[in-house]
Design a protein around this ligand. Sequence first.
Ligand SMILES: Nc1ncnc2c1ncn2[C@@H]1O[C@H](COP(=O)(O)OP(=O)(O)O)[C@@H](O)[C@H]1O
Ligand SMILES: [Mg+2]
Length: 397
Amino acid sequence: MSVELIGHEPQELYEPEPPAISVRHLWHRYGSFDVLRDVNFEVGHGEIFGFIGPNGAGKTTTIRIMATLLEPMAGRVEIDGIDVAIDPDDVRKIIGYMPDHAGVYERITIREYLEFFADSFQVASIEVVDAVIELTDLGNLQNRLVADLSKGMKQRLQLARILLHDPKVLILDEPASDLDPRARIEIRDLLLELRELGKTVLLSSHILTELSDVCTSIGIMERGQIVVSGPLDEIADRLEAQRAANAIGHQMPGAPGMPGGAAVPVPAAVQPADAAPTTQRIPETGAAAQPAPSPAADGPQYTDGGAAIPQAASKRLKLRVLGDARAVVPLLAGGAGIVSVEPAAAGHLTVQYHGNDQYVADVVRHLVNSGVLVVSVEPERNELERIFLEYTRGDLA
Ligand SMILES: Nc1ncnc2c1ncn2[C@@H]1O[C@H](COP(=O)(O)OP(=O)(O)O)[C@@H](O)[C@H]1O
Ligand SMILES: [Mg+2]
């Protein structure tokens, strides 16, 4: 009896559950062009994973491999532990795949459309169609012709179709592209509902903010490589840690013997040219104990996908002032820590900078002292946008 227990139970207890999606060292090539170059990421169960990147990055290729429509040339892709190359049929049973430009049969009603697919998927009970119609909120339209549906409704019908066989993992290629804001919100709500039902969702997008607020984790792809991936909060924490490390890296070389309290770089150069430099500036080079204490001295860091992570993380700030925003530009541009200053209409400005809250406070004080009427100062709120800016090389849509 005890032998039985030892033989079976521990194994069941300790065997780790495979992730919903696992992509390992995936390569793909069209002709002589490497579209996917060692792509690695994982999606945990119950996540809504945003697969983000510009057109041509390789998202659809990766997705088609996950959906068993394309064989990986190298590497391994598993859905819920099932290898797409070894057991494609089993994978198809547990995924719901919505291609990017799927057509729909137009000359039948919504109900007929779903019944047709329920039949071809050999769904056990026709009641499933009712359940899916209810879930996707297509009840009022079920007797309408598919041809009469709006784009957003057609997209919802596609989602309804891929839910008929109750898949665990949904793989949606650009589900929100070309949708109007209302339809996008409706899709978003539906995704959240599906997550409540225990589904895992991977959705791709070339527009960063399209469905970003539903994602619990992301992977950013650029030129066939994953630049960064993981749960959003973990990535944000990593960025913070990296930022802290960078700040230390900046202080140490140029400031031997500098008291710890003076360590915060303050925006000396945002002072007007004629103002007395009341703030301290951390020397970029100087009495250095190390040979080349520039930010690059640490050497570049690389992500799993092999892409370089920018050394210093920059942030963005939205300012609104009374009067012409362009008048503010000379007060900030070229200042220490300022990356860019972009004026816009109605007194709005976007300032990209390196620094902490103290830095922001100093910038605001400097503007106020210079006679600028500051109405609002808003740190960038969109975490995803920030991550995106900091991990990509600026050539993204
Ligand atoms: N069947 C194909 N034959 C040749 N090149 C292709 C094919 N499909 C896609 N590509 C190229 O591969 C790259 C990645 O495409 P894709 O995976 O569709 O990216 P995304 O979905 O991120 O826009 C693009 O440069 C595209 O032109
Ligand atoms: Mg695509």
